[in-house]
Design a protein around this ligand. Sequence first.
Ligand SMILES: Cc1ncc(COP(=O)(O)O)c(C=O)c1O
Length: 456
Amino acid sequence: MGRTPPISWGGRSTRRTPMIQSLTRQGSFRWVSQRTSSALISSNHGLRTIPTQLHSRKMEHYYSGSSLCSRTTMACQPSRVPQCIHLQALAKYMGEVRGNKVAFDPNKLVLTAGATSANETLMFCLAEPGEAFLLPTPYYPGFDRDLKWRTGAEIVPIHCSSSNGFRITKPALEAAYQDAQKRSLRVKGVLVTNPSNPLGTTLTRHELDILVDFVVAKDIHLISDEIYSGTNFDSPGFISISEATKGRDNISHRIHIVCSLSKDLGLPGFRVGAIYSENEAVVSAATKMSSFGMVSSQTQYLLAALLSDKEFTDKYLLENQMRLKERHDMLVEGLRRIGIGCLKGSAALFCWVDMRHLLKSNTFKGEMELWKKIVYQVGLNISPGSSCHCDEPGWFRVCFANMSEDTLTLAMQRLKSFVDSGDCGSNHDSGRQRPRKQFLTKWVLRLSSTDRKSER
Ligand SMILES: Cc1ncc(COP(=O)(O)O)c(C=O)c1O
C-alpha cells in the first residue's frame, strides 16, 4: 500500500468542478484552464459528477442560445433581467421536485448566490448579533461560517445520537433551548437540513411535527435547508417542510425554505440558490440584501430555459436518483464486505459511516488518528464526524457521488487492505508514510476538526 498514489475523496483546489470537467469533455468552455487530475480520491464534499453527465448537452444547447448571448442580455444588469421568468421556472421546478404536493408562489422567492448566501441572508433577517439558532448535530461544517461569521449569530447544538439513528427528539430540542438560555442566548429559531448533510437521511413526518410544534410553542422560526431535495433515491421519502405545514394555521410566517441548484443539478459554480418564505418582511429584507450576491443575468436566462424544459427536468430527476441509488448501494455493500456499517440513508450524496470499531481509543483524538491514517496510508480523504460536530467519535462522512465507479472500487480496495492489515489501531508513523505527508498539501489538513476550532 505504501506505493499506492494517494487518492483524495475531496479537495476543491486540486480538481476542476464536475460541471467544468463535463463541459470541457463536450468540447465547450475550452477557455477553462486544464489541470492535471489528482490521484487523491476526495470523498469529503458534495460536488457532483453524476448530474453533470446527465445535463451537459442541454446546458451547452441553452448556453449557445441566442437570447443568452444577445447584446441586450450581456449588457443587462441582473436587477433588470425579467426575474419573474427565472422565478416562475424555479417555483415550478421546486413543486416538481416535491412531487407537486405543494405549489410555490414565485413572488415569495428571493434569488441568492447559492444556499450559502440564502442561509446567511436569513440569519441577517432573523437574528441580531449574539442571538442563536439551534441546529441538530451532526451538521454541515459550512454552517459555522455561513451562519455566524458575518452576522454575529450563534449556533447552539441539538445533540442527536446514534442510539436512535440521530433522530431529532422533543427532549433534545428542549435541552438545546435550555443550554442557550444558560448561556444567556436568545433563541430565534431552529435550522434543519432535510435531506441531511452529513447523514444522508430524510426527516420523518414525526420529526417534522415535533419541530413545528416546538417553534410554535417557543414563538421562533424554522429554516429548512432543502438543498438536497431532488436527491431522494430510496424510501423513506422526502417530505418538505412546505408539505408538513400545509393547512396549518399561524405557522407559515415562521417557515423559511432554502434551496439551491448546486447539488440537485450539480451546478455549484453557477451560484444559484433561493429563499422561499411566506413572511413578507423576510422576503422584502432578503430581496434588498440579495443585491450583495446577485445571480448574473446570463445565468438566469440559461437556467430559466433549462428549468422550463419539463421533458428534460422530469427525465433528469428520475435518472439522477436512479444513478445515485446505484452508487450508494455500491458503497454500502462494499463497506459491508469490509465489516464497516453505515447509517441507513435514502437521499443526498453521502453515507454516514460507522468506523467506531476501528478507533484506537473512543475519543476525538482517536478519531483524528484514524482519519490521518486513512488519508496518509490509504490515500482517501473523508470527513471525520467531529468536523460536523458529531458528539460520538468514530463516524465519518463519505461522499459517493463525486467520483467514477472505478475510483469508488479502487477506494474500497484500498480500505479493505488497510482494515485487513490490522493497522487501523496502531499509532506508529513509519518512514514509509513521510513522503506522502509531504505530498499532501495543506488543504487536506485544514479539514480537520482541530482547525475548525479556530473558526468562530
Ligand atoms: C446543507 C448545505 N447547505 C448549503 C450548502 C451550500 O451550497 P451552495 O453551493 O448552494 O452555496 C451546502 C453545500 O455543501 C450544504 O450541504
